[in-house]
Design a binder for this molecule. Structure first.
Ligand SMILES: [Zn+2]
Length: 205
């Protein structure tokens, strides 16, 4: 690493999605961090139109920066839906700078919003992995888990209530049956007894 590059407030490092650009020094809100650069493509030239890669940065209807060259370290900056930097586009100068929109601390990953077109084309199909989207996904997963748990408990309560009801009914039925079963002979016995009592056998006995 040259002295110049070590003066820079960033380094390339491993991020969740591969490589990313990380702050190595505090970067003040509003500060230019790095230039996004590469050959300029002219949409009026057919050969330029054929170039297709993920690092194309459209300046306006005519000019696009092909940022896929190695020297363009800014190409390592990942997209974030709630970024700490932005792309500051100067179409007339045909230049793009990445500028801090928050105070960035050493160790923070530097991100900017790639814009709707890129998001739709490249990120939506695979799911955006930025911190904000990860948090959203985590929250959704937790909510889904809580909802599943709630439904499970509801179903269990229902089953329990039904079982209790059945048990009660069963017990009642059994008790009823039992009562009937015992009442009959009892009744019969009573009746018998009564009859017997009414009879002369016992009186005589
Ligand atoms: Zn996102």
């Amino acid at each position: 690493m040259s002295a110049i590059s070590s003066n820079k407030p960033y380094r390339v490092g491993r991020s969740k999605t591969g490589l990313g650009l990380f702050a190595t020094k505090p970067i003040k809100k509003g500060a230019k961090i790095i230039r996004y650069f590469g050959p300029l493509l002219d949409s009026r030239k057919k050969k330029d139109d054929a170039i297709e890669n993920k690092y194309l940065f459209e300046l306006n209807d005519r000019w696009t920066i092909d940022g896929s060259i190695r020297a363009n370290v800014a190409r390592y900056i990942n997209h974030a839906c709630r970024p700490n930097a932005e792309s500051d586009v100067k179409p007339r100068k045909r230049k793009v700078f990445i500028r801090a929109i928050k105070n960035i601390e050493p160790g923070d990953e530097i991100n900017y919003d790639y814009g709707t077109d890129y998001f739709k084309a490249y990120l939506k199909p695979i799911g955006c992995k930025c911190a904000a989207c990860e948090r959203k996904r985590k929250k959704k997963r937790a909510e889904a888990r809580a909802e599943r748990q709630r439904l499970k408990e509801k179903a269990e309560r229902k089953v329990r209530r039904k079982a209790e009801k059945l048990a009660k009914q069963g017990a009642g039925k059994k008790a009823g049956n039992g009562a009937k079963a015992t009442r009959k002979p009892n009744g019969a016995a009573k009746g018998g007894n009564g009859r017997l009592a009414n009879g002369h056998d016992r009186a005589s006995a």
